[in-house]
Design a protein around this ligand. Structure first.
Ligand code: TMP
Ligand code: MG
Length: 199
């Protein structure tokens, strides 16, 4: 397995980052070259987005949606460079995050149009959607941090979860596998690994 783009998606608190790290460790131990990354990216635009998410910078919804799309386009070039040399790229969030989250207060049609270029440039070979109830997700968010970000309320998480599940059905190009994230952490890791083994 080489030169594959694997994306983790799910509502906040669904365990994406933990599972991404577990998979990275396992694939690295098997001898693969793994590059892990995330969106918002660690670049300048990603940094600005994070200030907006925590409320440290006043950014309205439409501006943030545009920044996510811009951040993604520069990130794609970085990802492609790693794929080109045969690495496995594991990415925490990608286009589906924009479609699921930013369509809550803006139209899905507009968010799709902002992401059209990214959609044309790079699709995931596999998207792992960690599916979890909004109640369980909020418990985990509250347990790990006292900084509550935009979107981290029960009703928002519910809406985003429904959107993810709908998108998984209508976007075959994202190659979505849904994983039950309410299971024990080792069971989830095993399911994630099995899904990648089919690539
Ligand atoms: P994180 O919690 O995974 O660090 O992501 C930050 C937040 O940004 C999370 O609530 C989801 C949101 N988000 C969007 O609204 N649109 C996007 O395109 C991305 C990548 C993230
Ligand atoms: Mg978060």
């Amino acid at each position: 397995m080489s030169g594959r783009f694997i994306v983790f998606e799910g509502i906040d608190g669904s365990g994406k980052s933990t599972q991404l790290a577990r998979l990275a460790d396992r694939l690295t131990a098997e001898g693969h070259i793994v590059w892990t990354t995330r969106e918002p990216s660690n670049g300048d635009i990603g940094h600005l987005i994070r200030l907006g998410l925590t409320g440290k910078s006043k950014l309205d919804e439409a501006t943030i949606a545009l920044l996510f799309a811009a951040d993604r386009l520069s990130h794609i070039e970085e990802i492609r460079a790693h794929l080109a040399v045969g690495e496995l790229v594991l990415c925490d969030r990608y286009i589906l995050s924009s479609l699921a989250y930013n369509s809550q207060r803006l139209t899905l049609e507009w968010i799709l149009s902002l992401n059209r270029e990214a959609d044309a440039r790079l699709h995931p070979d596999l998207t792992l959607l960690l599916d979890l109830s909004e109640q369980e997700a909020l418990h985990r968010i509250e347990a790990r941090s006292d900084v509550v970000e935009r979107y981290e309320t029960l009703s928002q998480l519910y809406q985003v979860r429904q959107m993810y599940r709908m998108l998984a059905d209508v976007r075959p190009e994202d190659n979505v596998t849904i994983i039950d994230a309410s299971q024990n952490i080792n069971t989830i890791a095993e399911a994630v690994y099995k899904a990648t083994a089919e690539l």
